[in-house]
Design a binder for this molecule. Structure first.
Ligand SMILES: [Zn+2]
Length: 138
């Protein structure tokens, strides 16, 4: 199979597949830290293994790559080859996201989804993060 991506695109994509310690995630961590919150990372015991977890608050933040999780922002293009494969994969991803969100809520957790593209505007994001973390838990 011919690789249609440049080396840089490929390595970005692989980072997203691994899905950990990606640049958007690091941005969100930095912002939460700057707000004075302490958190843990990738709690496997919680549905969906949220990226950033605030145990005492029973809140978690999930950072979603726009491509993988189908954000309606223009970054979620469909690759030109193996279209059916990708479509199915995306459907599965979105379905899994929804199921995880439901399971988390049922367990009494609040989840904030942060999209990759939102991390490009940290000032806006930090106030959103602040609002989410400071509002009383359910
Ligand atoms: Zn997006």
């Amino acid at each position: 199979m011919v690789d249609i991506l440049t080396r840089e695109q490929r390595s970005k994509l692989m980072a997203r597949i691994r899905g950990k310690d990606t640049k958007p995630e690091l941005t969100v961590r930095k912002l939460a830290h700057g707000l004075g919150y302490r958190f843990r990372l990738h709690r496997r015991t919680l549905p969906g293994c949220p990226d950033i977890v605030f145990p005492r608050l029973r809140k978690a933040v999930q950072v979603h790559g726009c491509f993988w999780h189908r954000h309606d922002c223009g970054l979620a293009c469909i690759p030109k080859s193996r279209v059916e494969f990708w479509k199915q994969k995306f459907v599965d991803n979105v379905r899994r996201d929804r199921a995880n969100l439901r399971a988390l809520r049922k367990a009494g957790w609040d989840l904030l989804v942060v999209w990759e593209c939102e991390t490009e505007a940290p000032q806006k994001l930090v106030s959103r993060l602040n609002r989410f973390l400071s509002k009383p838990s359910r």
